[in-house]
Write a protein that binds this ligand. Structure first.
Ligand SMILES: Cc1ncc(COP(=O)(O)O)c(C=O)c1O
Length: 435
């Protein structure tokens, strides 16, 4: 047999959580092409403005021979970087001006985390991530760079509150004592999967902690524009980027790095384009660029994003409509959850809700959670199970509400059918136990 490296083989370790993912991924519902397929409410894919984005891309995709070249190298198209710098200036409100030279384009936020992990640590070093965490961070940190995602538990402490900072510090010292050198803290801000922003006190606490421990802070801010009002949170807190704080007051700014992408706010996961924004660390940016030739975004993706970012009249109508549709989808989903008495974490940002289905578990275990997830899949609906986010409790699921109405309705009906059946079975068992 031909030789395959240990580091590559390590990525193939069987994981029962992946089986359901690949089962559902390959048989997704489509009203025309696969009506019997599985409605995917598990993926953080905002599908509410796809028609508008598709039409904008098609109308403006007038490429020329330049787009067939390598362009100006791995940092990405200068025009796009300039447009993005001005978008960041407006939306992220950085305390220091962001320019095109502070930005490196690559093919997706996941690739940016991968490249940063590669640049920031040696194999076997660690990056701290709080539980529950965005599931993609596991491979992004580990698959190529071989850095360990070191999980931070919070117990009963709210992971987005200032009190959570201490848990990161404790995890840092535990790791060091176990011989794992921590190089960075990685946060998804706003929080995936909890669907809410961190408090300002938490973010400032993070800056101070990273300064004290002399480690990098990576803030993945891909949901910057994905906030929306609802009955649960009528006035969602505005998006706050770590770049908006007067960084030098809290930390050596060269330790702070932000990621933004087209995927979420522009409903375009498939275009594969994002940006690292690292204004104060020339050496890190050079190291990142040195590997970014492997993660270059296509010039066609760059062209699409550039066209969107520079079309001010379009953006002025796009974002209000985007947020209004999110409000509608969120209200529809949460009224269903309330009707069924399903506890959920009120969300004000992102495209999903973190819900609690623990009372539908056969027992308080990961296997029971997996069993419920398979049952949903067999009924034609796919939710993301809490265990894949390293949830500290069994029975949590993440449900993507930013789904077109008919698909969402069908998915929730299928979910309801499963939950009603499970409820009946549990009631019957209790009845038999009693007699
Ligand atoms: C917090 C976060 N970061 C990164 C990603 C991946 O983004 P991309 O598709 O741009 O790689 C996701 C996708 O769900 C995400 O939620």
């Amino acid at each position: 047999m031909s030789y395959i490296s240990k580091r590559a083989l390590d990525n193939l370790t069987p994981n029962k959580l992946h089986e359901i993912r690949s089962h559902c991924f390959h048989n997704q519902y489509d009203a025309q092409n696969n009506p019997d397929g599985i409605v995917a409410l598990a993926v953080a894919e905002n599908k509410l403005m796809r028609e508008e984005i598709v039409s904008h891309i098609n109308k403006n995709m007038n490429i020329n021979p330049w787009h067939l070249t390598y362009g100006q190298g791995p940092q990405g198209d200068p025009a796009l970087r300039k447009a993005l710098a001005s978008f960041v200036q407006e939306v992220f409100k950085p305390s220091t001006e962001i320019t095109d030279s502070h930005i490196c384009i690559c093919n997706g936020a996941g690739s940016a985390v991968d490249n940063l992990s590669f640049c920031m640590g040696e194999p076997g070093d660690g990056i701290l991530v709080g539980r529950p965490l965005y599931v993609g961070f596991f491979p992004d940190i580990e698959a190529r760079a071989k850095i360990k995602p070191v999980l931070v538990p919070f117990g009963d402490v709210n992971p987005t509150s200032a009190a959570a900072v201490l848990a990161y510090e404790e995890a840092f010292h535990r790791s060091n004592a176990a011989g794992v050198t921590i190089r960075a803290i990685l946060i998804s801000s706003p929080h995936n999967p909890l669907g809410r922003p961190y408090s300002n006190e938490f973010l400032i606490g993070m800056l101070k902690l990273c300064s004290k421990l002399n480690i990098h802070l990576i803030s993945d801010e891909v949901y910057a524009k994905s906030h929306f009002p609802s009955k649960d949170v009528p006035e969602p807190p505005p998006f706050v980027s770590v770049l908006s704080f007067p960084l030098e007051r809290y930390i050596d700014p060269s330790l702070v790095h932000v990621i933004y992408a087209m995927s979420k706010d522009f409903c375009a996961n498939g275009t594969r384009i994002d940006a690292l924004i690292s204004p104060f660390n020339v050496q890190l940016m050079r190291s990142f660029r040195a590997v970014a030739s492997f993660t270059r975004a296509s010039q066609l993706a760059e062209h699409s994003w550039l066209n969107l970012l520079t079309d001010k009249p379009f953006l002025e109508t796009y974002f209000p409509l985007f947020q209004a549709r999110m409000t509608n989808a969120y209200e529809f989903t949460t009224s269903f959850l309330r009707e069924k008495n399903i506890p959920y974490n009120p969300a004000s940002v992102t495209s999903f809700i973190w819900i609690d289905l623990s009372r539908y578990l056969r027992e308080d275990s990961l296997d029971a959670e997996l069993e419920l997830n398979w049952r949903m899949a067999r009924e034609g609906v796919w939710l993301a199970m809490g265990a894949s986010f390293a949830s500290e409790r069994n029975g949590n699921f993440r449900l993507t509400f930013a789904t077109p109405w008919e698909e969402l309705k069908l998915g929730l009906e299928r979910l309801m059918k499963v939950l009603n059946e499970v409820e009946q079975e549990i009631n019957q068992q209790m009845h038999f136990r009693r007699y």
